[in-house]
Design a binder for this molecule. Structure first.
Ligand code: JCF
Length: 673
């Protein structure tokens, strides 16, 4: 490449890369693939390496500069950075609007409303369109030089778009971390053994004030611009609306949620609308900013010691507060789920006193590492139960103690089992007081023991009056016990008593389902009954035996074993049998041709569905498994069988086709006519 073509190519590449990076980061609307972008980028890097004289500070290759020099040196802002006055209520906002109207002497005022982001205010100084200096707000007059770090923010243009950039432009904006970036950052902080950040604002500030810009470059920081400072060499837009458009046209990121509204009512409507959508925005906000739209009117209104009279921040009620954890308790829900709950030093959050916050489950407790004595951020959004956002680790007192999650239910003392590792559940379903009502209602329900007339209201009264503690107590109830309860006359009492008595004659699948074993629904109950034939065999089965039942995996097997190993549950079952609850013995299927064989199905069968094939195999005594192993006896392969056949061949497991299956079934190979 000749010198001139290299220079021209480098300049063309810079323009291209700027264009595509603007499409990608600012407009969220890329035109080329990431790979294509990388190719262009690499080409520019190579040219600049060969020809250092062509390297330029505003080149897209120069986001992470070599030197973190000048970091945090003081920077005087060309024009003071304003801060905003706050209003917290509709009345205060009405007062702001009234003062504006009085000073301007006219009716409804046009405002530009936009979300107020919870980030870090910065000022970017562009000289002849090139980013020359970036500074934090500091005290409004002097900030800190964070140029090297701001350059790494992908949405921040290093060069403004357009042919005639202003000679000097100071742009003011908010640097922030989107919610997902914040979560990812905290995950990686934890993975590296570093402290997670308490909130996105701290994370953004910490990321921007890094001595090494390479660290900042890895943080997914973003930026929205909303105002200007010193401005030389172009015409000032006449309104805030036009200013934001002007900034957007220069390639600067401007919040797309902005809206021009007229009058106080419309401001309030925007505020309420945004408040409802607050949780859906990809970043955290703490209110709405309203600015008088007309720049001439802004001038008329003027400033009051660094806060403009023409703008105001309308804050959402604080939904987060910091307080201390006094203790951690475990609550047992109606379904037996154990929830850790932090007992807090009472604190006002969003206008409500909060003294408890949920930690959801033991895993969350571990992950957040909340200890008794810790200072924590508490959040409450709408009507939901307050939750702990995070621990202020730097304020952790030395005497803070970890909480050891109990392995016994605090209500009934039964063992605690984890389902899928997240939810902890009490295994004492038949005896736990916390679960009593739910257990009895389930036991009586139509698809379980089908006790007609034993509804919610009745169960509640029986439990509250101490007439029924376990499901076995139902069979000791007399019509006299029922009479006199709410809406229980002689006739209805007799009817319920009859229904209870009649429910003694049931089936094993219904009975197993009625016990309310965690993880055991109707289908699993039926499979257990079919597999074991009687209750004693099931109760004697260990987890290894249980996983042999079709569709019972290790989690379900564990829950079943834990349920039956709980002595109180066994006592209730014995009491039920003693009360006369019984079922006809299931006929064990006669040993079939595939008894004790494990078969795996793969591919598409022509004459039957997968479920039909499975059922047919099970009738022949086979156990149908889902993956091929050395213990597999046969693989039945239909059309397009895939990797299972390959695996079978590797292991020397015989593979049969659909014909083979039909032969086992005793069918003519051409299938039923
Ligand atoms: O989003 C913000 N935090 C934010 C802060 C938005 C604005 O329009 C602002 C601001 C601070 C000062 N405007 C000014 C004048």
């Amino acid at each position: 490449m000749t010198e001139d073509t290299a220079a021209m190519r480098a300049s063309a590449l810079r323009a291209l890369l700027d264009h595509h990076s603007h499409r990608y980061y600012v407009l969220d609307d890329p035109e080329i693939s990431d790979a294509e972008y990388d190719r262009l980028f690499t080409e520019l890097v190579e040219i600049e390496r060969e020809r250092p004289d062509l390297a330029r500070a505003d080149s897209p290759t120069q986001r992470v500069g070599a030197r973190p020099s000048m970091a945090f040196a003081p920077v005087a802002h060309g024009q003071a950075m304003l801060s905003l006055g706050n209003v917290f209520t509709d009345q205060e906002l009405a007062g702001f609007d009234r003062r504006v109207r009085e000073r301007l002497g006219h009716g409804d005022v046009s405002y530009v409303a936009e979300p107020k982001l919870d980030g870090l205010a910065v000022s970017l100084r562009y000289e002849n369109g090139v980013l020359a200096r970036a500074a934090t707000r500091g005290d409004g007059t002097t900030g800190e030089d964070v140029t090297a770090n701001v350059r790494t923010i992908r949405v921040c243009p290093l060069r403004l778009r357009g042919d005639a950039p202003p000679r000097i432009l100071e742009v003011r904006g908010e640097v922030y971390l989107p919610r997902d970036g914040f979560l990812r950052l905290n995950e990686s902080q934890i993975a590296q053994g570093a402290k997670p950040f308490a909130n996105p604002r701290n994370a953004a500030a910490g990321s921007l004030r890094q001595l090494d810009p390479a660290v900042t470059a890895k943080r997914p920081l973003r930026l929205f611009c909303y105002a200007i400072g010193e401005f030389v060499g172009a015409t000032l837009p006449f309104s805030q609306e036009a200013l934001l458009k002007f900034l957007a046209d220069l390639g600067l990121p401007v919040n797309p949620e902005r809206r021009t509204v007229v009058g106080y009512e419309a401001c309030l409507q925007y505020y309420e609308e945004l408040g409802r959508r607050r949780g859906d925005l990809p970043y955290e906000i703490d209110g709405v900013v309203y600015k008088v739209n007309d720049v001439a009117e802004q001038r008329l209104l003027g400033e009051l010691s660094r806060t403009p009279r023409w703008a105001v921040a309308h804050k959402f009620p604080a939904e987060e507060a910091v307080t201390q954890v006094l203790g951690i308790e475990v609550q047992v829900g109606r379904t037996g789920a154990l929830t850790p709950v932090a007992v807090l030093a009472p604190v006002a959050v969003g206008g409500v006193m909060v003294s408890h916050a949920t930690l959801h489950n033991p895993e969350e407790l571990d992950r957040k590492d909340v200890r008794v004595g810790d200072f924590v951020g508490v959040r409450r959004a709408g009507d939901v139960i307050p939750e702990i956002v995070g621990v202020l680790y730097e304020r952790r007192p030395p005497e803070a103690v970890s909480f050891i999650f109990p392995d016994r239910c605090p209500v009934c003392g039964s063992p605690v089992v984890r389902d899928e590792g997240v939810v902890a559940r009490c295994a004492g379903g038949l005896v736990c007081q916390a679960q009593r009502r739910q257990t009895i209602r389930h036991f009586a329900s139509r698809r379980a023991m089908d006790i007609v007339g034993l509804g919610d209201k009745l169960v509640e009264q029986l439990v509250l009056r101490g007439k029924v503690a376990t499901v076995a107590d139902l069979y000791g109830l007399t019509p006299g016990d029922l009479m006199g309860l709410d809406r229980m006359g002689e006739r209805s009492a007799a009817k319920v008593a009859d229904a209870i008595a009649a429910s003694r004659h049931t089936t094993l699948p219904r009975f197993l389902y009625a016990l309310g074993i965690p993880e055991v629904g109707e289908a699993t109950a039926a499979a257990l009954a079919r597999h074991f034939g009687d209750l004693e065999a099931l109760m004697a089965a260990d987890e290894d035996r249980l996983v042999e039942v079709p569709d019972v995996g290790p989690v379900v097997a564990h829950a079943i074993a834990a349920f039956f190993s709980e002595v109180h549950n066994r006592e209730v079952i014995a009491a039920l049998k003693a009360a006369g609850v019984s079922w006809p013995r299931l006929e064990r299927p006669a040993p079939g041709p595939l008894s004790g064989k494990t078969v795996v199905l793969t591919g598409t069968l022509e004459g039957m569905t997968r479920d039909e094939a499975r059922a047919a195999l099970e009738r022949l005594g086979a156990k149908v498994a889902s993956s091929v192993s050395a213990r597999t006896d046969y693989v039945v392969a239909g059309q397009d069988p895939g990797s299972k056949v390959k695996r079978a061949e590797e292991l020397g497991v015989p593979v049969v086709g659909e014909d083979g299956l039909r032969a086992w079934l005793g069918e003519d190979q051409s299938g039923p006519a």
